[in-house]
Design a protein. Structure first.
Length: 152
């Protein structure tokens, strides 16, 4: 079921409060907060998103119609509140590369098939992704990868 867009303002407030609290463990296994600076305003923003650990990277997905990811295109780093810890990470925004976006999106949706609806992808009766929907969504999908910056 797809949550209506206007409800995300309320959900994001609740999730942010939860993820910043001592009770973050309820949701921090798959949810994190991205802290970043606005590319035009210079203001500080934060948004909760679902994430997936892939090797040494932290991945989230969104679509081009959302706005928050655009602030990360020119940023060299972002701070992630992940599992109750604040981590500085480098950022890579991936889009308009069908092969890489397809692989990243499929990998993400294998772990979180319930998020397919947010990419406008229907699930087949067997739980697999509808391939026509997947091909159409690739052109609108945005993959954001974070790599923790290790200080020496």
């Amino acid at each position: 079921m797809k949550v209506p867009e206007p409800l995300f303002k309320i959900i994001n407030i609740f999730m942010s409060l939860l993820l910043k609290s001592p009770l973050h463990g309820i949701a921090s296994g798959s949810m994190m907060i991205i802290n970043f600076t606005g590319r035009k305003s210079g203001r500080h923003y934060s948004t909760p998103v679902r994430y997936l650990n892939i090797d040494d990277r932290i991945r989230c997905t969104t679509s081009k119609h959302t706005k928050w990811w655009r602030n990360l295109v020119s940023n060299q780093s972002a701070a992630l509140l992940l599992g109750g810890d604040l981590k500085t990470c480098s950022v890579e925004v991936l889009m308009d590369d069908d092969e890489r976006v397809r692989a990243a999106l499929v990998s993400f949706l294998e772990s979180f098939p319930q998020d397919a609806v947010y990419q406008n992808i229907r699930l087949e009766a067997d739980g697999s992704l509808n391939q026509l929907d997947l091909e159409a969504s690739i052109r609108e999908a945005v993959i954001v990868d974070f790599a923790p910056i290790h200080s020496t």
